[in-house]
Design a protein around this ligand. Structure first.
Ligand code: SF4
Length: 362
């Protein structure tokens, strides 16, 4: 059981007219860890954006972030807010005006980068608007944006200190203006540096932490660094909301994020899990092909069942003993087990129907 680090709780509320309590998400140690992702279509394509948001919500995202680089984007953001039932975050860089427009457009939360909105008076204006609209703010320090880190190679300890200094300075601006609806994040593209800086942030502040790596790569390359960085921190109890950054379809980001949380027992699965033996020379069947067929057949079932697909009966039954259902292949047939007990033998072409029949019973 992972012991979460104690934090303040930040409530992020969907501002759609009539969204009510169903649209509110809490971020903090008492609440489940929140998966978030970003839309990756032009914000001004409102219908397209809404479609992608709804797909992300269906996949498990409870917060969705949208970039608003231009005035036209905050105008589109105001329309999008009214069409979805999930709190939206406006991602703001460089422009205090965009931040205020997004808050007034109904952003539940905005993300600011301290390195590119630095003017104290601008920050105060944003804080005042956020207070008025009860908008949460994420202070997102990015290693790549810190000026002192661009000048020369800097050792890891010094990098962490510089990022922490940047965060402390910015947080003080908010606290001095009596604003505490804050979430903090410190991102790097480097796995170890991400772990290091987030440990420091966790030791220094009580605010919830958003975890992620920046520009982690294509989905197949982003998976491992994200799993290591986010997994290590989450296992230490650090992190209250996460985003896996991967180039391409944001649904893949959500899928990886969910897998990380499931692996740590931090996410309640609602669909079947298919576990598959790694296969070896003992396999009596094309295990991968069968596993894919099983996965396809059980897609859409909304029960957290564990189904094992094993290539032989030498080790298969023992290794699949804790599965709700297991298929262990033999030559031209398969043995079906329920909770470790053999219940039937079926010919190879009847494996899927037999499995589905047993699933019905469960
Ligand atoms: S279950 Fe059988 S086929 Fe699969 S890895 Fe184990 S021994 Fe090999």
């Amino acid at each position: 059981m992972i012991k979460r680090r104690k934090t303040k709780t930040v409530k992020v509320t969907c501002t759609r007219v009539g969204a009510g309590a169903s649209g509110a998400v809490e971020i903090g140690w008492r609440a489940p860890i929140v998966i978030q992702s970003m839309t990756k279509v032009p914000t001004t394509e409102v219908a397209h954006c809404v479609r992608q948001i709804n797909q992300l919500v269906k996949a498990g995202c409870r917060l969705v972030r949208i970039a608003v680089p231009r005035r036209a984007d905050t105008a589109a953001f105001a329309k999008i807010v009214q069409k979805v039932n999930v709190p939206l975050i406006a991602d703001v860089h460089f422009s205090p005006s965009r931040a205020i427009e997004a808050i007034e457009a109904g952003a539940a939360k905005i993300r600011l980068n301290p390195s590119n909105i630095r003017n104290r008076r601008d920050v105060h204006r944003i804080i005042d608007a956020a207070k008025m609209h009860k908008t949460a703010i994420r202070i997102g320090v990015n290693e790549a944006s810190i000026r002192d880190l661009k000048k020369q190679p800097v050792a890891m300890g010094k990098r962490t200190a510089l990022m922490l200094r940047e965060m402390k300075k910015y947080v003080r601006l908010f606290e001095n203006r009596d604003f505490s609806r804050l979430v903090l994040s410190a991102k790097s593209s480097d796995t170890l540096r991400t772990i290091e800086i987030n440990r420091s942030i966790a030791r220094t502040f009580e605010y919830p932490i958003h975890l992620g790596l920046t520009h982690a790569g294509l989905p197949e390359d982003a998976q491992t660094p994200s799993a290591i960085a986010l997994g290590t921190l989450l296992a230490e109890g650090i992190g209250d909301t996460i985003r896996v950054s991967a180039a391409g379809n944001p649904l893949l980001e959500t899928k990886i994020a969910k897998q990380i949380l499931i692996a740590l027992g931090l996410y309640e699965r609602s669909e079947p899990e298919v576990i598959v033996c790694p296969t070896c020379a003992r396999a009596e069947i094309d295990v991968v092909k069968l596993a894919r067929r099983v996965k396809k057949a059980v897609a859409g079932i909304d029960r957290p069942l564990r189904i094992a697909v094993m290539g032989c009966i030498v080790n298969g039954p023992g290794e699949a003993a804790d599965a709700d259902l297991a298929v262990c292949a033999a030559t031209n047939k398969a043995y079906i087990y329920r909770n470790g007990r053999r219940i039937s033998i079926v010919p190879e072409d009847k494996i899927i129907p037999a499995l589905l029949k047993e699933l019905q019973k469960l």
